[in-house]
Design a protein around this ligand. Structure first.
Ligand SMILES: [Zn+2]
Length: 107
């Protein structure tokens, strides 16, 4: 397995050129493609925390969150043909989205 290694212009990681698009590695492509959905996810997640006392609202927000997660999965699948790899990417993005609320709260 040899290929030309290039530096991703976004994160600087060295990756096979076959995995890059517009000079970006697959990680950065995925991150960029779901960035808006991740923000949306973080917003809903925070909203759900605020409404925790009201069951009706929580159910509705949970459905919205599930829809956003589905859309993230679809976008990742378009970029990552390997299904297992796509699932890993989705997991990572979801963890990042859920973790965002802490970083935002601290600002
Ligand atoms: Zn990168």
């Amino acid at each position: 397995m040899s290929g030309i290694l290039v530096f991703c212009k976004e994160c600087g990681k060295q990756v096979p050129s076959s995995e890059t698009r517009d000079g970006r590695c697959l990680d950065c492509q995925v991150r960029k493609s779901v960035a808006d959905l991740r923000d949306e996810h973080a917003r809903l997640w925070r909203k759900r925390e605020r409404y925790r006392t009201s069951q009706a609202n929580v159910g509705q927000i949970a459905r919205q969150i599930a829809r956003v997660e589905d859309r993230m999965g679809q976008r990742i699948k378009e970029l990552v043909p390997n299904e297992r790899q796509a699932v890993d990417y989705l997991k990572r993005e979801l963890e990042a989205a859920r973790g965002q609320r802490y970083t935002i709260k601290g600002v």
